[in-house]
Design a protein around this ligand. Structure first.
Ligand code: BTN
Length: 243
């Protein structure tokens, strides 16, 4: 894995409200590219939309400040870059345990292992200025630690591989992989989108969203989902459900 020089140390906390909230504050106060805040537990972990993110001990909860070399209208690529990096990191962790298990993406950035959710990403920030890339990974989480409605949808590394993975090393591997993926999106966006698309389970599937449905065709250069609907092709930016 390539090293990125001069990265600040990851700031660790035992318990916080939300690492995204803290990283947003740090970004507003000029935290540099790559600064990261991680916690063992979050009390008010935020998910996408109006959802919360259950954050018991055992999971990885980390938010990274980035100041990417992307135009404001390319900000939709941040969730994709974070998702791709998180997939790479998760696969590296599995490889280190001597196993090969593929991790896939549901557009834009759910991490899926054996059809269950291993992790998710919440990107916030000010387009053109800074981004906060929050990753929640059910690293060593036990199923019974999660809320009942999440239990049947979620998985973790030990559930899938029989091996736990050290938390601090997971954060280290995760940050490097996400920053590496972001660099690929900045420098070679076509190659990055190709790599992302190869891992994206959503493509080719029938998808639904509050205002319509259709077949997911491709990811656009700004990170939207191109869908074939009965009325023609449409670019979707909101969350979709697989049919
Ligand atoms: C999702 O809804 O799938 C996204 C979940 C993102 C959770 C992570 S955990 C670290 C960071 N801090 C938060 O409050 N949320 C993100």
């Amino acid at each position: 894995m390539k090293q990125i020089p001069d990265l600040p140390e990851i700031e660790w906390h035992d318990e916080v409200t939300s690492t995204n909230e803290m990283a947003m504050e740090a970004a507003r106060n000029s935290a540099p590219h790559g600064a990261a805040i991680a916690a063992k537990v979050q009390n008010i972990g935020r998910g996408r939309g109006t959802r919360t993110w259950a954050s018991p001990e055992g999971g990885l909860y980390m938010s990274m400040v980035v100041r990417p070399n992307l135009k404001a209208d390319q900000w939709g690529l941040l969730p994709l870059a974070t998702g791709l990096g998180a997939v790479m990191a998760s696969e590296r962790m599995v490889h280190e345990a001597g196993l090969v298990v593929t991790v896939d993406l549901k557009w834009p950035n759910d991490l899926i292992m054996h059809e269950k959710k291993l992790g998710g990403v919440l990107c916030q920030g000010t387009p053109g200025e800074y981004g906060v890339l929050g990753v929640g990974l059910n690293l060593n989480t036990k199923n019974e630690q999660l809320p009942k409605d999440v239990q049947e949808l979620a998985t973790s590394l030990p559930i899938e591989t029989g091996h736990a993975y050290p938390l601090e090393r997971a954060a280290f591997v995760m940050r490097l992989a996400v920053l590496e993926a972001l660099k690929l999106f900045e420098k070679e966006p076509e190659k990055a989108l190709k790599e992302y698309s190869e891992r994206c389970l959503t493509l080719g599937q029938n998808v639904k969203w509050p205002d319509g449905e259709g077949q997911a065709l491709a990811i656009t250069e700004t990170g939207s989902l191109m869908v074939e609907t009965a009325a023609g092709q449409q670019e979707i930016t909101e969350e979709v459900h697989l049919d």
